[in-house]
Design a protein around this ligand. Structure first.
Ligand SMILES: [Zn+2]
Length: 568
């Protein structure tokens, strides 16, 4: 600074005019660059994307040496150190103060349920059989949990949804009671398309919501009545949770509300409970109609759980590029780094669950996005955060921890763009939006896709609630607009039938199996690269804007966003 000002003082008044005349052509060029700036910038960075660098990272992360990237093991240390080193090498700043890591304290809860549940009412006494009739567990770490003659109340769908003017708990005091609720949301069984979002499952339909709401209401327990269509999977999937261990965030001292006991009952067991109360399935049908009031079943149940809790710590990896103009506004890209580790061998004797597609691919994609953003000439005006979260496979815990303990203020977090599995194969014309109609981010993606000569399509089975099954969902839950896409199926030159078959085959043969491995013969990453470019375009555009993208009307997350924004 000192040098330039002294140089300036050496220029005499007569020379100034000469300098301006000499510089005039350059000024014109600069001006025209600025006018055309928008056009130039809108494509900037796209040619920087390379499949080579993505494949390089996948090879490392999905190698046998990385042992399937299971949290709490030495392969976690290897994985998170690799990610830290790569972010450093790319010139990114640490994302959590001076650290690239965020500690995620968790507890592993192993439950042993009583093999029987006693049921008593004025007209009968009987027992239900564990595993066959019910599957119960707890999110609490207390060593012994018991329900003794707890009153059972039918609370419809267990939903409190002000935006749909719906409250299944209206006028009900559930303290010390167990609520029995139906899976999915009211529109699903009634077929009434004017209720909620019709066939599309809202978050109110998810089993996790049912347990959360019951806990907020102060219920002692919550049992969901299973039906295959409503849950989108058979009771056998529920039975896989019989006496297993579950990860949970270590919320000691945080005053978190949990029911003592949560779980499912089979459709047959629910019939028996209804009969004991002198009711039949017409009672369930009443819950489909607005204005339904909860009903005490005059049935008492007893059951217990033994709990073993093990505390441990895993880590999210976090890096950033500070924005030039609005550094205190954040766009967060995320992808989970964890997979299943070493487990049951497959028919070939391979016991390493490499997780190449799930999710070494998108973790590599996250690093590629970081590389391209960092090399931009037109620097992002908002801060871009790259968040690689842990323990997705066991319950989306790394992202849940981040959302509950955000490094950057939630109200100032503009958007989350999440990736789980990149398309390893051919280019597709479409890209699939999971959670259609949720937020304006969908429109951003649509624009980017159309500019690239592509189009957006939507998930085939919105009633399955896929929007609630990956890490972006934890951002949605605290009101941050969140975009989640999956690979398209309309393969260039081959069409959607071929693409769908290819995708289904991969899921059937390799999903959560040791054979989810990098294959140099077939993995071109051509499709994944194009999808990554679209997500890059969305984030880049957001980074240059000063407005905040919104949830759309009817989204169950719109009110939560408004609450957070007002709170600051
Ligand atoms: Zn995944």
């Amino acid at each position: 600074m000192f040098q330039s000002s002294s140089k300036k003082s050496e220029i005499k008044p007569g020379q100034q005019r000469q300098i301006i005349v000499l510089l005039f052509p350059f000024l014109l060029v600069l001006l025209s660059l600025k006018i055309h700036g928008q056009k130039i910038n809108s494509n900037e960075g796209l040619s920087t994307f390379k499949t080579d660098s993505i494949i390089k990272h996948i090879k490392v992360l999905a190698s046998d040496e990385f042992e399937g990237r299971k949290p709490f093991t030495k392969s976690e240390t290897k994985t998170i150190n690799y990610l830290r080193d790569q972010f450093k090498r790319l010139g990114l700043e640490p994302g959590n103060g001076s650290s690239y890591f965020q500690d995620v304290p968790m507890v592993n809860i192993a439950t042993k349920a009583s093999p029987e549940m006693q049921v008593s009412s004025s007209n009968s006494n009987f027992t239900l059989k564990g595993f066959v009739d019910y599957v119960i567990w707890t999110d609490k770490a207390d060593p012994k949990i018991s329900l003794e003659n707890s009153e059972l109340v039918f609370a419809g769908y267990g939903v409190v949804a002000p935006e749909y003017n719906w409250n299944d708990y209206a006028g009900l005091d559930v303290k010390n009671k167990v609520v029995l609720v139906l899976v999915n949301d009211p529109a699903f069984n009634s077929g009434d398309t004017t209720l909620f979002k019709g066939k599309t499952m809202t978050y109110y339909g998810r089993w996790t919501y049912k347990f959360e709401e019951a806990a907020r209401q102060g219920a002692k327990g919550c049992l969901i009545v299973h039906n295959t269509a409503g849950a989108s999977y058979p009771f056998s999937v529920v039975q896989n949770n019989w006496n297993t261990t579950r990860l949970h965030l270590d919320n000691r001292g945080k005053n978190e509300k949990n029911c003592d006991m949560i779980g499912w009952v089979s459709a047959d067991a629910a019939k028996k409970l209804l009969a004991a109360s002198g009711n039949d399935s017409t009672l369930f049908a009443k819950a489909d109609i607005a204005g339904f009031k909860p009903v005490s079943l005059n049935v008492k149940i007893s059951a217990s759980l033994e709990v073993k809790a093990n505390y441990n710590q895993s880590h999210n990896v976090i890096a950033k590029i500070t924005g030039t103009k609005r550094p205190n506004e954040y766009i967060i890209y995320s992808a989970h780094w964890d997979h299943l580790g070493i487990g049951k061998p497959d028919e070939k004797g391979d016991s390493i669950y490499n997780g190449a597609h799930d999710n070494a691919s998108a973790t590599a994609g996250l690093l590629e996005l970081a590389r391209v953003f960092k090399r931009l000439t037109t620097k992002p005006e908002r801060t871009i955060v790259f968040l690689s979260v842990t323990a997705e496979e066991q319950g989306l815990w790394g992202s849940a921890y981040y959302a509950q303990n955000p490094v950057y203020p939630t109200a100032k977090t503009v958007a989350n763009i999440n990736m789980d599995g990149l398309n390893a194969f051919e280019k597709t014309k479409d890209i699939i939006v999971v959670g259609a109609g949720q937020s304006e981010l969908e429109d951003y993606l649509k624009d980017a896709a159309e500019k690239a000569g592509r189009y957006i399509s939507f998930e085939a089975r919105p009633e399955a609630g896929s929007y609630f099954r990956s890490d972006h969902f934890n951002f949605a839950k605290v009101g941050v607009p969140a975009l989640y896409t999956s690979a398209g199926i309309d393969v260039e030159g081959k069409g959607p039938l071929y693409g769908k078959q290819r995708q289904d085959e991969y899921i059937l043969q390799h999903y959560h199996r040791p054979s989810d491995q990098y294959d140099p013969k077939t993995w071109t990453l051509a499709g994944g690269l194009e999808d990554l470019k679209l997500l890059f375009q969305v984030g880049k555009r957001l980074s240059m804007e000063s407005t905040m993208p919104q949830w759309k009307q009817g989204s169950e997350f719109k009110a939560i966003r408004e609450k957070y924004i007002k709170g600051t």
